[in-house]
Design a protein. Structure first.
Lengths: 59, 148
């Protein structure tokens, strides 16, 4: 029988992270929305990512 | 976004719009975790219909006219909140869920699920809203989709 890794902990951590994000202030959440937009714009631009070019986006 | 709310407040004061409340994804984000969205949806009550999108602070602001009793009530009963010390108004979670149910796109159902999972809605208040706007039948028919 093929063994698969247990991902329960990963899912729980993701859930915990989502809850932590939901608990942020409205201002902080809106700032994240703007960062997500910037990141998506960068991805859609199709530019080759060089280290110096990498957008400074930390979520 | 702080400037956007200042502009909206000035629009109310100047009589350009009667009243407004934040709706759509940005309102959902107030209650849930942040996710990507392309614009800020604002429900407005106006005397004369206006155009839809206006760019403020480099972010498209969509002006959605109050178009039925549900959206009218949502704006009337919106919560007064502060954003970076600027007063603004945001649609209550129960009205957002009711509007999403009424709209009924796949992404709306997904967000309803997120609201329920996060415990961000008062089910009693939600059902009262749904009853008032004849949405109970639609809720019952789709409820299984929201149970994870």
């Amino acid at each position: 029988v093929k063994k698969f890794p247990v991902i329960k902990q990963i899912i729980e951590n993701k859930q915990k992270h989502r809850r932590a994000l939901a608990a942020l202030s409205f201002e902080e959440k809106v700032a994240i929305v703007f960062k997500l937009r910037a990141r998506n714009k960068f991805i859609k631009s199709g530019q080759v990512v060089k280290h110096a070019q990498r957008p400074n986006i930390k979520l | 976004m702080k400037e956007t709310f200042k502009v909206l407040n000035r629009m109310v004061k100047a009589g350009v719009i009667e009243d407004y409340a934040i709706g759509g994804a940005i309102a959902a984000i107030y209650y849930l975790e942040p996710f990507e969205t392309s614009d800020l949806g604002i429900f407005v009550r106006v005397r004369a219909p206006a155009s839809e999108f206006i760019g403020i602070e480099g972010f498209p602001v969509q002006f959605l006219l109050v178009f039925n009793p549900l959206t009218d009530e949502a704006v009337s009963r919106a919560r007064a909140i502060k954003f970076a010390r600027v007063s603004t108004r945001i649609i209550r979670a129960e009205h957002l869920v009711a509007i999403m149910l009424d709209t009924g796109r796949t992404k709306d159902y997904l967000r309803i699920n997120m609201f329920l999972e996060a415990g961000a809605v008062n089910l009693r208040s939600l059902k009262a809203v749904l009853k008032r706007h004849n949405l109970m039948e639609k809720w019952t028919a789709n409820e299984y989709k929201f149970k994870s």
